[in-house]
Design a protein around this ligand. Sequence first.
Ligand SMILES: NC(=O)c1ccc[n+]([C@@H]2O[C@H](COP(=O)([O-])OP(=O)(O)OC[C@H]3O[C@@H](n4cnc5c(N)ncnc54)[C@H](OP(=O)(O)O)[C@@H]3O)[C@@H](O)[C@H]2O)c1
Length: 332
Amino acid sequence: MRVTVTGATGTLGLASVHMLIRAGHQVRAFVRSPEHFRRRCSEERVEVVQGNILDRADVATAMEGAEAVVHCVDFPPRQFALNWDAVRHALEGVRPSGQFVMPGNVWVYGPPQTERVGPDHPKASPARLGAVLADLEKAVLAQGATIVHLPEVYGPGVWKGRLRTSFERALAGKTVWFPGDLDRPCEFLYIEDAARALIAPLGRRQARGTDYTAPGYAPITPRVFVSLIFKATGRPPRLRSLPLAWLRVMDLLRPERRALREFSYLLQCPILLDGTRIRHDLGWTPEVDYADGVRRTVRWFRKLKREVIAAAEALAPSNPTQAETGWQIRRL
Ligand SMILES: NC(=O)c1ccc[n+]([C@@H]2O[C@H](COP(=O)([O-])OP(=O)(O)OC[C@H]3O[C@@H](n4cnc5c(N)ncnc54)[C@H](OP(=O)(O)O)[C@@H]3O)[C@@H](O)[C@H]2O)c1
C-alpha cells in the first residue's frame, strides 16, 4: 500500500516507517524537519514531505495518492487541543476510501474495572486530558478510523520517557528511581512489536472504525524490568522507589508536566491490556520478550554512545570531557 506516516521523526512514527518498509509498503514520511528525519532514517525508498500538520495544504500534499495514513503526530499536554486539528486535517487528506490508523495510550481509561482492559472497557478517565482524548477517539472512530491502544514502549529509537531514563541511568551505573510500588504488575511493549501492531490493520476491512488494545509481552513488575536492564549492562541492580507524593510535587514544578499529575492513579492501579481482539482480527501478538528486548535496547544505547563520543572526539580530539558531554546530546 501507499502509506503516509505523520510524525515520522517521533518514537512511534519512525518505528512505523521502518516496519512499513520491512513489510514492503511504499512509504511517505510527513515531517517538520527532513534533516532531522534523514539523520534517523537513511532509507532512500522513503519519500519525505516537509510540512506542518496544522496547515491543511501541507497535509493535502502529504496525503496525495495515499491509501492509508498512520497518524503519529502528538502535541505536548499544554497544546493538547491541537491534536483535534491535526487529526481532522489528516482524516480529510486521506478520504474518501483511505484508511486511517492512530496509536492510542492508556490515558482514556480510568482505574481498571476488569483484570484486563480491552477495547470495550469504559473510557472514563478522571483526568481532564484523558476525557478530552476519549472524546477525540470517539470522533475518530465514528469516521471509520482505527485506534490501536498501546502501553508505554521501550527499545532502540525510544528517546523519551521514564524507561529511557532508566536505561541511561543503569548504563551510567546510577540508581534508577522508579515511581510507585516496585512490585506492582505492569507491562511495557518493545518498539518493534508496537510498530507491527500499528501497521497490522492496513488493508483489513474489519479494522475500519475499530478500537484495539495491544498488550505488552506479559505482566512484569518495575523491579524485575529494571533488574533485567542492570543484568544486561553487567552491573548490580540499584533501584529505589520514587514516592508518588514526590512525583506529584516534581510534576507540579515542571509546567510541561503539570497536567500529567492527574494520571498518577495509573501508577497505583496499572492497566494491563487485553490482546484478544487484535489477535483474533489481525493475528497480532507481541513477539519480543523482556529479556531479549532489554538486551537489544542496551546494545543500541552502547552503540549510540560510541558513535556520539567518536563524533565529539572528531570535533574536539583534545577535550575528552567535551566528548563525554556529547553523550548528553539527545537529538542526533
Ligand atoms: N511513546 C509511547 O510510549 C506511546 C505509547 C502509547 C501510545 N502513544 C501515543 O502515540 C502517539 C505518538 O507518540 P510518540 O511517543 O511517538 O510521540 P513523539 O515521539 O513525541 O512524536 C511526536 C511527533 O509529532 C510531530 N509533530 C509535532 N507537532 C507537529 C506539527 N505541528 N506538524 C508536524 N508534525 C508535528 C513531532 O515532530 P518533531 O520531531 O518535528 O517535533 C514528532 O515527530 C501519541 O498519541 C501517544 O499518546 C505513545
